[in-house]
Ligand binder design. Structure first.
Ligand SMILES: [Zn+2]
Ligand SMILES: [Zn+2]
Ligand SMILES: [Zn+2]
Length: 279
């Protein structure tokens, strides 16, 4: 399983869209190295996790053929994770020679509502035929693009059932934990019950080592350590599992060298835009 991090920032981006703080100003001085775009991951070129407004830019920068993507897992409806309007361009006169005629979309009821709202004005019926939306609830398991997927409840917002995903194929499992605070006990139990054992764990690290009181909606290194301990305790990670951290806020000064060293000191690997990992 090849996992490519296409974007690794929190909602505002790094440097942030409207920000001139010291961190963002320094990042602008070396954009080629320091910039982080909104979070998205691609598995084996065919399964996408989340669809931020930066998706088009990701495709240009990393040479991704978006028409070859067979399925999309959406974690939740926040703008940095789901930009529905783009789908009106997937067909008609706007797209020829697409590798896959149909894209299967998976998300909660709120993501479905945003999808319908965002495409209502411009989606042609011939384009709609190539977009199949499946509503997902916590603890649902299903097959997407040939991968076994288990959806788990995130601790993120009371307004919708934000989802975490365990994605498995050929004995390899990715645990994708964006956006969320520390996981509720039932999540670990659900993984254990189903015999899921992760090779790679990707953790929300919005606050990293920055000053923060645990919001319960996101994590920093301290919360990441709690989650890692629990995963080990429940036996749902392989002994050689790797722990990547991502979804950094500009307030956490997520400069590549700084955040890489801070993560490594705690046994984590800091993801960056374009990083590819094979498990
Ligand atoms: Zn987010
Ligand atoms: Zn800033
Ligand atoms: Zn969010």
């Amino acid at each position: 399983m090849k996992i490519r991090y296409l974007g690794t920032s929190a909602a505002e981006g790094f440097p942030a869209v409207f920000c001139n703080c010291a961190n963002c100003t320094a990042a602008r001085a070396d954009l080629a190295r320091e910039r982080r775009t909104r979070s998205q991951a691609l598995i084996d070129g065919v399964l996408l996790i989340d669809f931020p407004p930066d998706t088009y830019q990701h495709a240009l920068q990393f040479g991704v053929d978006l028409s070859a993507v067979r399925a999309l897992l959406v974690t939740h409806s926040h703008t940095d994770h789901f930009y529905a309007q783009e789908f009106v361009n997937r067909g008609y006169k706007f797209a020829s020679g697409m590798r896959e005629p149909v894209l299967e979309l998976y998300g909660n009821a709120e993501v479905r509502a945003v999808f319908e709202e965002g495409t209502r004005r411009e989606l042609r019926s011939c384009v709609a035929e190539g977009l199949r939306f499946h509503t997902v609830s916590p603890y649902d398991s299903f097959t997407a693009a040939g991968y076994s997927v288990l959806a788990l409840p995130a601790s993120h917002t009371p307004k919708e059932d934000a989802l975490l995903y365990a994605v498995s194929k050929d004995g390899k499992t990715l645990l994708y934990l964006n956006d969320t605070g520390t996981l509720r006990e039932a999540c670990y139990a659900a993984l254990a019950e189903r015999g899921i054992c992760a090779d790679l764990v990707s953790l929300d690290c919005t606050q990293a080592d920055g000053e923060h009181s645990a919001s319960g909606r996101h994590m920093g290194f301290a919360e990441n350590e709690i989650v890692r301990e629990k995963l080990v305790k429940y036996g749902v990670v392989k002994p050689y599992a790797k722990y990547y951290v991502t979804h950094f806020s500009h307030n956490s000064a997520p400069f590549r060298d700084r955040i890489g060293a801070a993560a490594a000191a705690r046994g984590f690997i800091a993801a960056y835009d374009g990083l590819e990992v094979t498990v």
